[in-house]
Design a protein around this ligand. Structure first.
Ligand SMILES: Cc1cc2nc3c(=O)[nH]c(=O)nc-3n(C[C@H](O)[C@H](O)[C@H](O)COP(=O)(O)O)c2cc1C
Length: 317
């Protein structure tokens, strides 16, 4: 099955379905390999990976498929220079950079022929990245799991604003709140060339997450996430003991040191690897409420594409 858009043409994929880079969940080969093989774009999240593990995951993807894949690189991470050197050496086909400006990597990867996508959370960042010469934008709205923009502008409004600001200059990928074929149709209707699906792909056997975390995603309703850590690196996470304690401190206007010490004592790793669903950061988007079961990643890709076709066919003229 093929659905052709500006983004599928840019990336050389069959379907405008990206599996979002997610620390731990996609810091492996299994999830991105399954998505790329199915015709979407699989993304390895390099954030928490040691160079040797990242190199091995890239080799596994290359050995398992000749389809394109991407590596997501949070630019703020410790040792980012070493990781960028490795990605250059491995000549990854697509780089998705987040949490930093394009100057740090763009010239060198463009010179290699790498397709460079940049994650943005405002019109101003979108314009600045476009002017610097990135190949495409991933626009993250307030519904998103992980780090939504502090202003929490919804994906519906932010995608539209960035598409208008770009005026056809660059392909745009919408991220945050997409879980199914209706979401994909909505993203394309807004003028994006693809949707980025994060939380939906957490509920897969391939995601590198403790079983309890996956079950918490399936069990969550649409109103069960919280945004906490304002001014400290805001996150959206499923409500648990940690988010409730954090919310209490924020509501009471507690001193920044107190908020910071609770915020940094809890980590995504505690939830993802140790399965501590009460004290860890159970990062997930509002779309967790639309995720009903754990299913293989390839089935999700095919299901989204099938639903998209049926939904578009049924739209009133
Ligand atoms: C558990 C988790 C980890 C994430 N880790 C990263 C990351 O390492 N780098 C990044 O750019 N975005 C990260 N994100 C954000 C996603 O790439 C994506 O923007 C978001 O999941 C989209 O919203 P959705 O979850 O509603 O689909 C993460 C999101 C989640 C839920």
């Amino acid at each position: 099955m093929r659905i052709e858009t500006s983004v599928t043409r840019l990336l050389g994929i069959d379907l405008p379905i990206l599996q979002a880079g997610m620390s731990w969940a996609s810091s492996n080969a299994a999830l991105p390999l399954a998505v790329s093989r199915a015709g979407g774009l699989g993304v390895i999240a390099a954030g928490p990976m040691y160079p040797a593990a990242l190199a091995e995951a890239i080799d596994t993807l290359r050995a398992g498929s000749d389809k394109p894949f991407a590596v997501n690189m949070p630019l703020y991470r410790k040792g980012s220079e070493e990781i960028l050197d490795l990605l250059e050496q491995k000549r990854v086909p697509i780089l998705i950079a987040s949490q930093g400006g394009p100057d740090k990597y763009l010239k060198r990867f463009k010179a290699l022929g790498t397709i460079c996508l940049h994650v943005v959370a405002s019109e101003a960042h979108a314009l600045s990245a476009a002017n610097k010469g990135v190949d495409g934008l991933i626009v993250v709205g307030g519904e998103a799991g992980g780090h939504p923009p502090e202003a929490l502008v919804s994906t519906l409004v932010l995608t539209r604003a960035v598409v208008r600001a770009m005026d056809g200059r660059l392909p745009v990928i919408a991220s945050g709140g997409f879980a199914d074929g209706a979401g994909l149709a909505a993203a394309l209707a807004l003028g994006a060339g693809a949707a980025n699906f994060g939380t939906r792909f957490m509920a897969t056997p391939e995601a590198g997450l403790a079983q309890g975390y996956k079950q918490a995603v399936v069990a969550a309703g649409i109103a069960d996430t919280r945004t906490v850590g304002r001014g400290l690196g805001l996150i959206r996470a499923i409500a648990n003991e940690f988010t409730e304690r954090m919310t209490a401190l924020e509501t009471a206007n507690a001193p920044e040191d107190d908020r910071r010490s609770l915020f940094t004592a809890s980590t995504l790793k505690m939830a993802a690897l140790d399965g501590d669903v009460q004290r860890g950061k159970l990062e997930a988007g509002q779309s967790a409420g639309l995720v009903q079961r754990i299913q293989p990643a390839a089935d999700i890709v095919f299901e989204i594409a099938r639903e998209y076709r049926a939904i578009v066919a049924a739209l009133p003229r």
